[in-house]
Ligand binder design. Sequence first.
Ligand code: NAD
Length: 496
Amino acid sequence: MTTRISHWIDGKHWAGVPERAGEVFDPATGEVRAQVDFAGAGQVNDAVAAAARAFPQWRDTSLAARSRILFAFRELLTARQGELAKIITSEHGKVESDAAGEVARAIENVEYACGAPQLLKGGFSENASRGVDVYSIAQPLGVVGVISPFNFPAMVPLWFVPNAIACGNTVVLKPSEKDPSASVFIAELFAEAGLPDGVLNVLHGDKVAVDGLLTHPVVKAISFVGSTPIARYVYETGTRNGKRVQALGGAKNHMVVLPDADLGLAADAAVSAGFGSAGERCMAVSVVVAVEPVADELIAQISGRMSRLTVGDGRDPTSEMGPLVTAAHRTKVQSYVDAGVTEGARLVVDGRDLAVDGGGFWLGPTLFDHVTPEMSIYRDEIFGPVLSVVRADSYDAALELVNANAYGNGTAIFTNDGRAARRFQNEVEVGMVGLNVPIPVPVGYYSFGGWKDSLFGDSHAYGPEGFHFFTRTKVVTSRWPDPAQGGVSLGFPRNS
Ligand code: NAD
């Protein structure tokens, strides 16, 4: 019998009969492992109503009590991180060590949110004028929606949920329908940690559920992560409906290698950042910009390492790269490899021939050389294990290439020249920059976000900008009339 994955509304599994459902696959075998309920308008209303009912009490819950629940959740998540990693691998396909890394990064965000009592302190100015004090309060928004992508089914929900609830909001989370179980596991752990019913709800589904949240009058804000076309749509639709929106989109991350770089280090980085999680990471390196004369040597070192990569079922501890998430996605990625060949790039390593036992969604690591900016493999986000090398004549040409790209999520430069690195961090038009670090995902106490087509809105995710996004400030100007002074505060005339 196939497992059923249902919504989590008001602290319990939804027991209704779904109008629509989707299939969840095990990407390593290609088999259907579960059916997931798809929300219609009724379930969207039920989830939002549960969150709205929970809000008044949750916003008035003391900072100490909120923080204690987050600490308890952190302990439970740490104790059961192995279990969550296995759930991620079974529906996403990434290898278990990578899934464990995802959970570890998620825990960082929970730990940050545990600091809510400190982080929500406002400002206070005594005697802004004589007898007048001015102070600020950060208040929650109300019901907020979180819509997440398939590629980090635990980490991305946990970029937002802990911070949103720490700030006193209640949440409706709509995870990816491709790997929905991690979100349910998270909601159950939160309940075990003492989170009151309705503060966190999980709604499964597709565009119907997303549109329901984007247009629902009670939902005050939307945090979205996904591909650029959907991020743009979510931003435009949500803001048109009066909501605060942060919508993080796709990426095409360039790694620039200067002639003085340690090429062994750069090749290691290109392979791990290009093919880790089968390239299904928004911070994956998809373009290596080799500044001549290093291209030939760098390509030789990268392809040598690729031939030693073990591709296989993520549950096998010897596997270093797993399958793609669905058959449809595999077909799309392969069509880009075909297009790269047709458009004239040199195929150095062809992943299309990879054979792995079983019926999974396999595509091997693939490397192209002599890629140019007009080619579709350069322009589009492929989101698979396909690495393109573009050759550049100089640092200036490399910088120009990175800055001309429509995306601006992450980038890295490999060099031993501190002046060149410092110039790059100043001149590059990208939100997250690595200096000899291929995947510069900020730690939980900074904020995550790209520039240009990689983010719509003005708030980055988590960290200080996360707290800013999930609160609105109120400034209070106060005066307490002093009876000894005839009822008038010193310095202020009556009725002023
Ligand atoms: P996606 O855009 O297909 O889906 C993201 C979410 O939007 C899912 O919950 C999905 O159900 C929903 N959705 C899909 N189509 C929709 C539609 N037409 N209308 C309304 N909602 C819709 O993205 P994905 O394939 O799940 O994830 C991969 C993408 O996410 C890549 O582009 C990747 O770069 C991006 N991503 C970005 C970041 C970042 O921080 N910038 C992080 C992770 C992933």
